[in-house]
Design a protein around this ligand. Structure first.
Ligand code: FAD
Length: 314
């Protein structure tokens, strides 16, 4: 089922929802461990899950495999990220056909970041230049088969020197055929709320889901903020500096901040949240428990983990 429809159904029923994002591990053992975790986390009741596309397509095969298992074995609606980095049209065709054969109906169409070591992003020969080009291509080739999502940036895209022009390109990207939007991670809910209103005022009607990554460690948070240039509220910065030497206290603060942010978003009528898990379980689970959003519905699939492992081996 298309995630845009699932989101609209949840909204119509007035049910708050959450979804999880995973990345493809580098090793086979990492993948097996992740299947185990995804199966447990499925019991929390995510509306859907998403799997990232490794920078530069480095882990493309694992993304496809992981998506296929989530969709077909675990029976969780899955969004496959797909980027244009190092991908010519034939490679994009191959990835989309594999996704279709695995029963995947949802694609997050992205331009991608520059591959490791490269300072600027450049399109490869026979490839796509912007995410909007990929959206148009998928829409034209597959019509309505795929539900297409795009990325949105409440604080503007990092490469852009002109915020208004960047927003205009974003609106055009959605108009090119997007069915939903996932936002860049935010640490200040009010920035998302303001941006979402701007999107609505600009005529965007598709679901827009905020990206939230509960802080898991001081160092990884600093790295992320450095990379994304995300604005961090002053009181969060101060409190984080106070506890930075205590890993558990950092995690506790991360949970508290994420919970408060989701509550603020919900108060503004934004009832869904896309949680980046970093493939970890406990912090996300604590956030959902505190929000009383998780359920313990067991998976309907019997021995799904065994099935996943068989799929991995076959
Ligand atoms: P675009 O929408 O193409 O925008 C890129 C830049 O081009 C922007 O500065 C924009 O202003 C500019 N631009 C757009 N259209 C035009 C035009 N017509 N003329 C001139 N300039 C234009 N990366 C990965 O490698 N793998 C992932 O799985 C992944 N998942 C992500 C998920 C989310 C929710 C987000 C927010 C980002 C993700 N990224 C991922 C990172 C993403 O690939 C980068 O942020 C990338 O730099 C931009 O991708 P985009 O699809 O937003 O690009």
């Amino acid at each position: 089922m298309k995630v845009s429809e699932k989101i609209q159904q949840a909204a119509a029923a007035g049910t708050p929802f959450f979804s999880f994002e995973y990345f493809p591990p580098k090793t086979e053992q990492g993948l097996v461990n992740l299947y185990d975790r995804i199966e447990r986390m499925a019991r929390l009741g995510p509306l859907f899950v998403a799997v990232t596309w490794g920078a530069g397509g480095a882990t493309a095969q694992r993304t496809l495999e992981l998506c296929g298992v989530c969709q077909s074995v675990f029976g969780i609606e899955t969004v496959m990220h797909l980027t244009c980095t190092n991908m010519d049209q034939a490679m994009v065709d191959e990835a989309l056909e594999s996704a279709k054969n695995a029963g995947i109906r949802n694609i997050l169409a992205l331009r991608g970041d520059p591959p490791r070591g490269a300072e600027y992003w450049t399109a490869c020969d026979g490839g796509f230049t912007y995410a909007a080009d990929l959206v148009r291509y998928i829409r034209e080739k597959y019509q309505d088969y795929f539900c297409i999502g795009v990325a949105g940036y409440p604080e503007g895209h990092i490469e852009s020197k002109d915020a208004d022009q960047d927003f205009k390109y974003f609106v055009e990207k959605v108009a090119a055929g997007a069915d939903f939007v996932f936002s860049q991670l935010v640490y200040d809910a009010s920035l998302f709320i303001k941006w979402e209103k701007r999107c609505r005022d600009s005529g965007i009607q598709v679901p827009i889901v905020p990206g939230v990554l509960p802080i898991q460690s001081y160092q990884s948070f600093r790295r992320l903020v450095h990379l994304t240039k995300a604005q961090v509220p002053e009181d969060l910065k101060t409190r984080l500096e106070d506890v930075k030497a205590n890993d558990q206290a950092v995690k506790d603060l991360g949970v508290e901040h994420a919970v408060n942010m989701v509550r603020e978003l919900q108060s503004a009528g934004i009832s869904g949240v896309h949680l980046t898990t970093l493939n970890l379980e406990s912090t996300v689970q604590r956030v959902l428990n505190a929000l009383e959003m998780s359920n313990a519905t067991p998976l309907t699939v019997g021995s799904s983990l065994n099935l996943a492992q068989q799929t991995l081996r076959s």
